[in-house]
Design a protein around this ligand. Structure first.
Ligand SMILES: NC(=O)c1ccc[n+]([C@@H]2O[C@H](COP(=O)([O-])OP(=O)(O)OC[C@H]3O[C@@H](n4cnc5c(N)ncnc54)[C@H](OP(=O)(O)O)[C@@H]3O)[C@@H](O)[C@H]2O)c1
Length: 264
């Protein structure tokens, strides 16, 4: 198989359910071998067996708790040393609408670790290899709640981190053949909602997407080289306007003196 036809290996975190399981299916269908990561090894093995049979790809499973420092380091070592890795999908995530005053501090820490720290460390683990080989990509699953804090600051804060981190990374790899994409799903029908304590059926169905549609759209955005993909956003110009306005706004945020309205 020529280098162009060999897609290499995609590492998908959080592949044991929902969006991650759909990524695993689609990427195997595109010709990637897979490394599937999550805590529930039985579910990963079941999916791996299905994908090996359906797509004749190599699929391996790494059971790891991405809130656990030792497990994250074990995954880092495995993927940093694997020269076949061409794509990392940082999808594993924990949700929840906890507000700070009543949040379980340990649960909040686990959310921050899985949603941001593991994502950062796994990115750091594969990026040098991708750059050295000058091919491949990193997909980071954020959320539209990166831009909305009304459902609690902890989850929203982690996803705002993912967007900023990924936008900066996209800039960092400019001029190479490595692609970097932040995906911002809106409400998507997965186990995520129940785990976060909300009944998905209480959400108006016209704003709830299937994980299949969400991932298929995100993969179109990836193929187009988009830095930020929002599958539900009908008018792409709105994203450009928003991001452009933020850049213009930033241009007025430095001065050698405080603004006149703060004069004592
Ligand atoms: N569903 C939505 O409406 C929605 C909207 C915006 C963004 N997102 C984002 O989409 C991503 C995928 O979520 P989903 O909707 O597909 O939810 P999901 O079905 O609950 O899947 C979450 C995945 O993350 C894994 N995970 C959770 N904690 C983990 C840990 N400590 N270590 C390793 N893996 C862990 C889970 O696997 P194990 O339990 O087996 O470990 C599971 O495979 C998340 O980043 C989420 O924030 C979802």
């Amino acid at each position: 198989m020529s280098a162009e036809n060999n897609k290499g290996t995609a590492v998908v975190t959080g592949a044991s359910s929902g969006i991650g399981a759909v990524y695993a299916d689609r990427l195997a269908g595109q010709g990637y071998d897979l490394v599937l990561v999550a805590r529930r090894a039985d579910r990963l093995e079941e999916l791996a067996e299905k994908l090996r049979y359906a797509y004749k790809r190599k699929v391996s499973v790494v059971a790891a708790d991405l809130a656990d420092d030792n497990d994250v380091r074990r995954v880092e070592q495995a993927i940093a040393g694997d020269e076949s890795v061409t794509l990392l999908v940082n999808n594993a995530g924990i949700g929840g609408q906890a507000v700070v005053a009543t949040a379980d501090a340990d649960a909040a820490e686990r959310m921050i670790k899985v949603n941001t720290i593991a994502l950062t460390r796994l990115t750091r683990a594969v990026l040098p290899g991708l750059l050295a080989r000058d091919r491949g990509g990193i997909v980071n699953i954020a959320s539209v709640l990166a831009f909305d804090t009304s459902f609690g600051g902890i989850y929203s804060g982690t996803k705002a981190y993912v967007v900023n981190f990924t936008e900066a990374l996209h800039r960092e790899v400019a001029g190479t053949n490595v692609t970097v994409q932040a995906v911002l799903p809106g409400a998507t029908r997965t186990d995520f909602w129940e785990l976060a304590g909300t009944d998905i059926d209480s959400v108006p169905k016209e704003i709830v997407m299937t994980a299949d549609d969400m991932v298929d759209a995100a993969l179109v955005g990836l193929a187009r080289g988009e830095a930020v993909t929002v599958p539900a956003l009908a008018d792409a110009a709105k994203l450009d306007t928003f991001l452009g306005a933020r850049q213009v706004f930033f241009g007025s945020l430095h001065a050698d003196k405080p603004a006149a309205r703060y004069a004592g």
